[in-house]
Design a protein around this ligand. Structure first.
Ligand code: NAP
Length: 378
């Protein structure tokens, strides 16, 4: 690797992408990071402070000026001042993407809207950046003659497949079935499945060297000052104190192990196709039990309802490439310690519905309209 080798990371300020940027900088790469708004003030930092000092006011809408930039953490990373260059662009801005990707040897396409579970979504704001945005990134890669691309997909593009044999782990051959995703209105899975399939078409046509990775729920410490969807989901177990929670089994991966996997598939010339990226499967009750053993005093769910949710995904292909992951206990402890240090535990639930990374307009789209929009992408 030459010292001046340039790599582009889309959505550089996001949860996973920030760890990828950090690792690339430490490995000596020059990083071009795309961000939507370099001057975006971090509402959530303000809200944490507000929730902490003025808890009764925390659910009110307010706008304050903190002086903290949403992507400020990026420029504080080691070697960032010399080797990190931020480009302001949206996934729907092809020219902006071309400017960011020009001169890069590799591209890590990580940006994509990740809605909060249960939040109201605007389907166009989800589908367009995920699908058209991925095509824009890949077309910009073609134009810049990029040597290798890693596209971050999701186990959401894997697991919604009712026809997969029940007694077989879901591996890279398993794809989410779009009709099934549509039927349960899981538009995120629709978007990720279509985007990943489209990406792999570029490989079939011999146009680009692309590897895709499909992470399960990503948890672990945050580098950024804003909360992302999967961290908020995990945080709920610690502080919502609900009477009962469902005891579904879910798959998790540490954000640092996910970033390491992304760099691994990039570095390994033999990496090809898609890779499931998941390390631990655990039921909510057992997860809470583990958390309680380290942190007995949080506001955990009181009881658990048995549900059918099961996960059985296999990362054997990735492990055969050399990927290793840390114990779940380490992830849990590092995550909670990080939340305690940064104040993330003070975020109030009442703030969450408007925290969706795609929920800026809070526009309610009817289910019927969602089906029509989703169909137009299939
Ligand atoms: N977290 C998980 O559990 C999980 C699991 C499986 C797969 N993934 C995938 O991993 C990737 C990163 O997720 P994350 O958890 O790190 O989410 P995140 O922190 O919300 O980051 C998403 C990033 O995408 C950017 N983005 C969204 N819409 C965009 C648009 N129209 N144009 C440009 N950038 C846009 C966001 O930019 P702004 O900062 O400007 O909003 C943000 O930087 C996504 O592709 C996601 O689907 C995540």
């Amino acid at each position: 690797m030459g010292e001046e080798q340039r790599e582009c990371v889309t959505g550089a300020g996001g949860y996973l992408a920030s760890w990828v940027v950090k690792s690339l900088l430490l490995e000596g790469y020059v990083v071009h990071g795309t961000v939507r708004d370099p001057s975006n003030f971090s509402e959530l930092v303000l809200e944490r402070i507000f929730a902490c000092y003025f808890p009764k006011l925390a659910s009110f809408e307010f706008v304050l000026f903190s002086g903290d930039n949403k992507n400020a953490h990026l420029m504080k990373l080691e070697k960032a001042s010399e080797n990190l260059k931020l480009f302001k662009t949206d996934l729907l801005d092809y020219e902006g993407l071309c400017a960011a990707i020009d001169g890069c040897v590799g591209v890590f396409h990580i940006a994509s809207p990740v809605p909060l579970r249960g939040s109201v979504i605007n389907l166009q704001e989800l589908m367009q950046p995920a699908i058209t945005g991925t095509k824009n990134v890949l077309n910009a890669c073609l134009k810049a003659k990029v040597k290798k691309v890693v596209v971050v997909s999701s186990t959401g593009a894997v697991v919604l497949n009712p026809n997969w044999p029940k007694d077989r782990s879901m591996d890279e051959e398993c794809w989410s079935d779009l009709e099934s995703c549509n039927a349960i209105q899981n538009w995120y899975c629709v978007a990720k499945t279509i985007a990943e399939r489209e990406a792999l078409e570029y490989v079939k046509r011999g146009e680009l060297n692309i590897v895709t990775v499909c992470p399960s729920i990503i948890i672990g410490p945050l580098l950024q000052s804003t909360m992302n969807s999967s961290s908020l989901y995990f945080l709920k177990f610690l502080r919502d104190g609900c009477q009962s929670a469902d005891n579904g089994v879910r798959a998790f991966v540490d954000v640092r192990d996910a970033a390491a996997a992304i760099l691994l598939v990039y570095d390994k010339a033999e990496a090809e196709g898609r890779y499931i990226l998941s390390s631990h499967e655990i039921g909510t009750q057992d997860l809470v039990k583990k958390l309680k053993s380290f942190y007995p005093n949080y506001n955990y769910p009181q009881s658990f309802n048995e549900v059918e949710t099961k996960m059985n995904v296999s990362s054997v292909k990735l492990q055969n490439l050399g990927w290793k992951y840390r114990p779940l206990e380490e992830t849990l402890v590092d995550a909670v310690n990080n939340y305690e240090e940064t104040g993330a535990l003070f975020i109030t639930s009442s703030l969450e519905p408007r925290k969706s990374s795609i929920g800026r307009s809070h526009q309610v789209t009817s289910v019927k309209t969602c089906h029509v929009i989703a169909k137009s992408y299939t």
